[in-house]
Design a protein around this ligand. Structure first.
Ligand code: F6R
Length: 612
């Protein structure tokens, strides 16, 4: 949450910083601002709301310096307003901050007692005061920042500039990501490589409690106690086209349509299309994956939001194939409930961004308990990826839309692969089942294409949904988490109240909600549970509920009881969740778009949740 860009180089800092912030807007869009050197002074421009309002304010404004910082905010302390927007200025110091300062009350008390005048409601401004106090003593930006770091408790990444030193920038982090981009005669500090990718492919990832000091063209790294350290430069061969809309109305729509390709990219490296064998190569464990997977007694998934629902699907897939107990935990609960992690537990974290604060804390906790850890992320070298013993990549390409789509289906595909691989390592997968499993998976990209070609029907179904007062999304078995995901998509995009339920739970409470203004969206493929699901739906229909069903082929029984019936191609029980997700994503998308809502950046949300 919050995006940071710092720049020191020969180009126009205003352009570089504003362009970079646009790439980071997914991290927060409550306010934005820049502070850039101009005629030996720092000039600050800030605006409430999205970056376009900052751009309007900046207009033809020109800056002749080469140093600047910028910020796009997801509000934590203090309402979204210009007063609370970053950069914050105190004395000659300007600063941007991502994260939370937990000891802010204590810091504030001390500052007020020392006569400080605090202008905003943010914890960030307090840090600027602390740096300012130090710089008045030391007259040295690096020392002032280093001394300040030791006074802060919480999760933060911070970049500081000083009016008296127009060629210098100091940054540090303890929690949210901060990455140094190394260019030719110019350097960048960003929350995500995307913000500097068009200028450089060489990046240095700061670890917690590390400081970077950029002065003129020199970049040096230090530990929190001020000792110089060496850092590895990572060369990324990503392209910037990945972050364009490519003619689609929204990033989210583009990303939904990219799913066939994204899923193919996720499974491709692990499946042999000739022999139909599964083999995950280079997981990165010290032992072979066979040794790891055959030596564990249980698996524990930890994740948040959509990634948590993917993990729930993983439980069904792995338990049924590999016959090993699997638990699934919400990361924010897991980290605080003193979990019992038995010996020989494999902890698998799922995180698109690889930066979710709770998931990161969970993997660290799991390691402290001696668990073997495996991360499934989309962003290589992200904090969670770097923390894990073993690594699997969604390979979905950059996901810009705040609501996760292609990363979810790519993860489901990877979990299919993982279930087969673990079962094989534990010698409980027959050759026939392996071949069938691989064939089914290889068929998914073209099945997804087929489902996408029905978009017009999903758009029509969305029209039907718009007048209902509430929504119940139902599913059973491996499709139950898909119902949860469908409800989440509707909530976050269309701001409508939706709940996901296991269809069999209806008569234990939710049935009381049913009347003619309640829509029931059901994922009901023709599988072992279809008859039970149809019975559950009869009970809802008898009470006036209106049913929108997603079934397999021409399921007459389901069709006859539905207001709207959406037909999907036949798929295996393991891969059906992938294709059933697409209509739910598209219905939520169209409904929100018809309501004129901001589909790519829903209110109050941010893509990378780096605070707990
Ligand atoms: C919903 C959504 C969120 C994320 C959650 C975890 O569409 O995107 O629920 O899934 O914030 O994020 P990651 O996967 O980056 O850890």
């Amino acid at each position: 949450m919050c995006g940071i860009v710092g720049y020191l180089g020969f180009q126009d800092p205003k352009k570089i910083i504003v362009d970079g912030l646009k790439k980071l807007e997914y991290r927060g869009y409550d306010s934005a601002g820049i502070a850039v050197m101009n005629d030996g002074k720092i000039k600050t421009v800030r605006a409430e709301g999205k970056i376009k309002f900052l751009e309007d304010k900046l207009g033809q404004e020109h800056f002749n310096g080469h140093l600047g910082i910028g910020h796009t905010r997801w509000a934590t302390h203090g309402a979204p307003s210009e007063r609370n927007a970053h950069p914050h200025r105190v004395g000659d110091i300007s600063l941007v901050h991502n994260g939370i300062i937990e000891n802010y009350l204590e810091i504030k008390k001390g500052l007020l007692a020392r006569g400080a005048i605090i202008k905003s409601d943010t914890d960030s401004e307090l840090v600027a005061h602390l740096v300012n106090e130090e710089i008045l003593r030391t007259n040295n930006l690096f020392e002032a920042v280093q001394k300040t770091l030791s006074k802060l408790v919480g999760a933060f990444s911070i970049v500081v500039i000083w009016e008296k030193s127009p060629d210098e920038l100091v940054a540090f982090k303890d929690g949210p990501p901060l990455i140094v981009g190394l260019g030719e005669k110019e350097n960048f500090i960003v929350s995500d490589v995307q913000a500097a990718l068009q200028y450089t492919k060489n990046f240095v990832y700061l670890e917690d409690r590390e400081i970077v000091h950029i002065k003129n063209k020199e970049v040096r790294y230090f530990s929190a106690d001020g000792k110089p350290i060496e850092k590895k430069v990572n060369h990324l061969d990503w392209t910037t086209e990945l972050t364009e809309k490519m003619g689609f109305k929204h990033y989210m729509l583009k990303e939904i349509y990219e799913q066939p390709r994204a899923v193919a990219a996720a499974i491709g490296p692990h499946l042999n299309p000739e022999t139909h064998e599964v083999e995950i190569k280079n997981l990165g464990f010290k032992k072979t994956s066979k040794e790891v997977f055959s030596g564990i007694d249980q698996i524990l998934f930890v994740a948040c939001g959509t990634s948590y629902y993917a993990a729930m699907v993983g439980k069904y897939l792995i338990e049924q194939n590999a016959r090993i107990p699997v638990e699934v935990d919400i990361a924010s609960e897991f980290r605080y409930r003193k979990p019992i992690i038995k010996k020989n537990t494999l902890v698998i974290t799922i995180s698109q961004s690889g930066e979710t604060a709770d998931t990161l804390a969970a993997i660290r906790l799991a390691k402290e308990h001696g668990a073997i850890t495996l991360s499934i992320t989309n962003v290589q070298k992200s904090s969670i990826d770097r923390e894990a013993d073993g690594h699997l990549y969604m390979s979905s390409g950059v996901e810009v839309g705040v609501a996760s789509t292609k990363a979810f289906t790519s993860t489901l595909a990877l979990l299919n692969v993982l279930a087969l691989e673990i079962a094989k390592a534990r010698s409980v997968l027959s050759k026939e089942d392996e071949i069938e499993g691989v064939k089914n998976l290889l068929a998914v990209p073209s099945q997804l294409e087929a489902v996408l070609s029905f978009d017009k029907y999903f758009s029509e179904a969305a029209q039907k949904l718009k007048d209902f007062k509430g929504f119940l999304y139902l599913g059973r078995g491996v499709n139950y988490p898909i119902a949860l995901e469908g409800a989440l998509k509707l909530k976050e995009l269309a701001y409508l109240h939706a709940e996901g339920y296991a269809a069999g739970e209806m008569k234990h409470g939710p049935l009381a909600l049913i009347d003619s203004r309640m829509a029931i969206v059901v994922v009901a493929p023709t599988d072992d549970l279809i008859e039970k699901t149809v019975s559950n739906l009869q009970e809802a229909k008898a009470r006036g509920g209106k049913i929108i069903s997603i079934g397999t082929g021409e399921n007459e029984a389901l069709k006859s009881m539905s207001e709207y019936y959406l037909s999907l191609p036949s798929a295996s029980w393991m891969t059906n969740p992938l294709i059933a997700t697409v209509p739910l994503q598209l219905m939520a998308y169209h409904l929100a778009d018809n309501l004129g809502l901001d589909v790519d950046q829903p209110r109050n949300l941010a893509k990378s949740v780096t605070v707990e």
